[in-house]
Design a protein around this ligand. Structure first.
Ligand code: PAF
Length: 290
């Protein structure tokens, strides 16, 4: 593994690998098994893998979330170095000034895929993601880029970005990695108190129950079940310190257009996406119905 703080030094290294297949794994660091699964997949499918570690300020619509976002670069580099491979793994760890030497004035729009779920609740978020991902594409020129399905809408946004900028890059969606108790791994999980971490798997349990119910209940009733189960959890199972789930949304959508469906057979692929506040931390998860 080699790490680089400047774009020029990474590009000088990449120049020595011209003609080889490059896989890009964009991350914001605080790496966990989910990220490592993306890196392992990229290592298996490419000659050279570039991992970026950059907490992208322009995708945070909430200042406190940006300040509290975990930054663990030394531990991240150790985890990447421990990935067993004989392939070249290059890690870009740029400063904000290195990524954005000039004020950013690009804005992207994605039509209907950004009008649902995270889009209206995090204004400017997906445009900020697109700016940094495009920048990384321009720096690295990968053949493939790897993204986790936990951020399901982000994958649709990146696909839409590629259709706007016409870069021949394959987007490789990778399955969510979960803790043994079912909680989707996320860099934000470290911010949960022990009590909150103990009940957080309820989100996945409820989603699994929703999949079961989808065999015999309408879409609307399954949505109502998930929202009410989580909202009333603290009434049914009293929690210390006013701890409670505050679901922001649970939407059942077409997996390509991300538009809500009214009946199960309205789309070939159907997923449910959720965002829930717990203990001041916003957790997201998703589950496939069809
Ligand atoms: O999914 C993330 O961690 C970020 O949104 C990404 C893709 C690395 C862009 O900053």
């Amino acid at each position: 593994m080699k790490s680089f703080n400047t774009i020029a030094s990474l590009q000088a290294e990449l120049a020595q690998h011209s003609g080889r297949q490059i896989g890009l794994v964009p991350t914001m660091g605080a790496l966990h098994e989910g990220h490592l699964s993306l890196i392992s997949r990229a290592v298996a499918e490419n000659d050279v893998v570039v991992v970026s570690i950059f907490v992208n300020p322009i995708q945070f619509n909430n200042k406190e979330d940006l300040q509290k976002y975990p930054r663990t670069v030394d531990a991240d580099l150790e985890k990447i170095a421990a990935v067993k491979t004989s392939k070249e793994v290059l890690v870009l760890v740029p400063s904000v000034e290195e990524m954005y030497p000039e004020p950013v004035n690009e804005t992207y729009h994605f039509g209907q895929v950004e009008e649902v779920m995270e889009g209206p609740r995090r204004p400017g978020h997906f445009s900020g993601v697109a700016v940094v991902v495009r920048r990384l594409f321009d720096i690295v020129h990968p053949q493939r880029a790897y993204f986790g399905e936990k951020d399901f809408q982000q994958i649709a946004i990146i696909r839409n970005l590629l259709s706007q900028i016409h870069y021949p890059i394959e987007i490789v969606p990778c399955p969510i990695v979960r803790a043994d108790d079912g909680l989707a791994l996320s860099s934000r999980n470290v911010r949960l108190s022990a009590e909150a971490r103990a009940i957080a798997p309820t989100i996945y349990d409820t989603l699994q129950q929703a999949v079961e119910m989808s065999q015999y209940e309408d879409v609307e009733d399954v949505i109502e079940y998930v929202m009410s189960t989580l909202s009333s959890f603290h009434e049914v199972t009293p929690q210390p310190n006013g701890l409670k789930f505050e679901p922001e949304y649970f939407e059942i959508v077409d997996d390509t257009t991300l538009q809500p469906i009214a009946r199960w057979d309205d789309a070939k692929g159907v997923v449910g996406c959720i965002a829930v506040w717990l203990d001041g931390v916003r957790l997201i998860d998703m589950v496939r119905f069809r």
